[in-house]
Write a protein that binds this ligand. Structure first.
Ligand SMILES: C[S@@+](CC[C@H](N)C(=O)[O-])C[C@H]1O[C@@H](n2cnc3c(N)ncnc32)[C@H](O)[C@@H]1O
Length: 455
């Protein structure tokens, strides 16, 4: 911890150094403790809120698995099942149950037991984190990183090498959005790094990274999207690193948008598959990376360029991306593009080829300091200020009421036409309007109930 602590600053006030206590770090200026998760600093600006949020996600994931298990038991009661189908479902049910237990054990450091809640309540609360960033969003990555992904992992490292040229002395390295950690590990063990810090905000990925990089073997199920054969819908994998890392490799949990480091700390910042999925607009995020680097430090990027912002103006092309980076205080980025395999599990029929966009760019001057990132307004984070009655909340409140009223009309006897009559009687809509509205809402509910849920 001594080497790591010298790199850290408070994610709330940016002050250094952080104090060290029993199982925690402390910021004197803010008078706040940051817990350790299996020895990894939990450096979120609101550490308790972030813990609560991830605990909630874990609880929801566990409940969904229980829910899935109950559904499978129900399906297995069907006496007409084909013998092969029965075998597949029985195997799968056992795997789901084992996976639930394995997740619970692996994430025990989050102390889930203290939270109780119903499945429905957690479903309703999941809007808190970006919906595309759940506990299991990148779960498949752990299997690629530490079980079957040699070819893909080597291709990733090759892309990083391609943009480094001959200048492979990386100094103090920060890998942001490092996921389950394989690229950070490969960079640290194959290149000349003084220290490497890998950071991500997802505790599942980080706990896997922590275990394997220190030499543990983990057994976890992979659930391929398109199983190759009957037994491929749940495959028990052993996750392990080629060898344990040395003491200059560090892991920490935090938000890349509130990076807990003093300015000018790093010689190299690596962003693997991050710039197009992070919620912050690229010009602002580029300035944030710039401020983390020493002058003449390098930003190394690798991954897709598939910005999925609601505004088309923010879905940047390679040309715009290059220009934005140069305008954020960097040299003209040196770019390498290549098509590499992506998430081609040997147990799945599904896999991708991705034309990755990698670059390296030297910091030439300080970018203007971006404002501190606020993921959410204070009334959500502190819970102490009035919840504003915005027009969109008013609108959502009304539609939610109507939807919950429609759901309450489902009694196993009423048809859509009968429901439309009730809505008309309640003076909510005319019968003609109500019928298509109910149909489209129930179609969505039906689709949701049929789809295999991703967390
Ligand atoms: C597309 S994945 C890439 C993971 C890993 N770099 C790899 O190449 O396999 C994006 C990663 O960024 C992490 N991430 C997204 N937003 C983040 C944020 N604001 N702070 C920290 N990590 C973040 C996610 O948890 C996820 O692990």
């Amino acid at each position: 911890m001594n080497e790591l602590i010298d790199f850290l600053a408070c994610p709330r006030c940016d002050k250094t150094p952080l104090g060290q206590g029993e199982g925690k770090l402390h910021c004197k200026a803010c008078d706040i403790d940051f817990p350790l998760l299996e020895g990894m600093p939990w450096l979120f600006a609101e550490p308790q809120a972030a813990l609560g949020e991830w605990r909630g996600r874990l609880q929801m994931a566990l409940q969904q698995l229980s829910h899935e298990n109950a559904g499978l038991e129900q399906e297995l009661k069907n006496k007409e099942l084909h013998a092969l189908t029965r075998r597949r479902l029985e195997r799968y049910r056992k795997a789901v149950e084992n996976h639930r237990r394995a997740l619970q054990k692996l994430l025990r450091p989050l102390d889930v037991q203290t939270l109780h809640g119903s499945y429905e309540t957690y479903l309703a609360m999941r809007t808190r984190l970006p919906v595309d960033q759940g506990l299991n969003t990148y779960y498949a990555n752990v299997h690629r990183d530490w079980a079957w992904g040699d070819e893909e992992n080597a291709a990733s490292l090759k892309q990083v090498r391609a943009v480094l040229h001959d200048h492979a002395e990386l100094g103090n390295v920060l890998v942001l959005g490092a996921g389950a950690g394989r690229l950070a590990y490969d960079i640290h063990t194959n290149m000349q790094c003084a220290t490497t810090i890998m950071m991500d905000f997802n505790p599942l990925l980080m706990l896997v990274a922590r275990a394997v990089t220190r030499g543990d073997k983990l057994k976890l199920h992979e659930f391929p999207i398109a199983p190759r054969s009957l037994e491929d819908d749940a495959v028990l994998r052993t996750l392990e690193a080629p060898e344990p890392v040395d003491e200059h490799f560090h892991l920490l949990l935090g938000d890349a948008l509130r990076p807990p480091f003093p300015e000018g700390s790093f010689d190299t910042v690596v962003t693997p598959w991050l710039i197009d999925i992070i919620t912050e607009d690229l010009p602002v995020f580029s300035a944030r990376i710039n401020r983390l680097l020493k002058t003449e430090g390098r930003w190394v990027n690798f991954g897709s360029l598939a910005f999925s912002r609601p505004e088309r103006a923010r879905r940047y092309s390679p040309e715009e991306t290059k220009a934005i980076i140069a305008e954020a205080g960097f040299s003209d980025p040196y770019v390498s593009q290549a098509t590499i395999p992506y998430m081609c599990s040997p147990a799945s029929r599904h896999g991708r080829n991705e034309r990755v966009f990698s670059f390296s760019a030297y910091k030439e001057r300080d970018a203007n300091k971006p404002e501190r990132h606020k993921a959410l307004p204070d009334w959500i984070v502190t819970g102490k200020e009035p919840v504003p009655l915005t027009t969109s909340f008013r609108h959502q409140a009304m539609t939610t009421q109507i939807y919950s009223f429609i759901m309450s009309l489902i009694d196993g006897r009423r048809s859509i036409k009968d429901m439309a009559i009730v809505l008309e009687k309640q003076k909510l809509m005319s019968r003609e309007e109500a019928e298509p509205a109910i149909r489209s809402f129930l179609t969505k509910m039906y689709d949701d109930s049929q789809s295999t849920s991703g967390l």
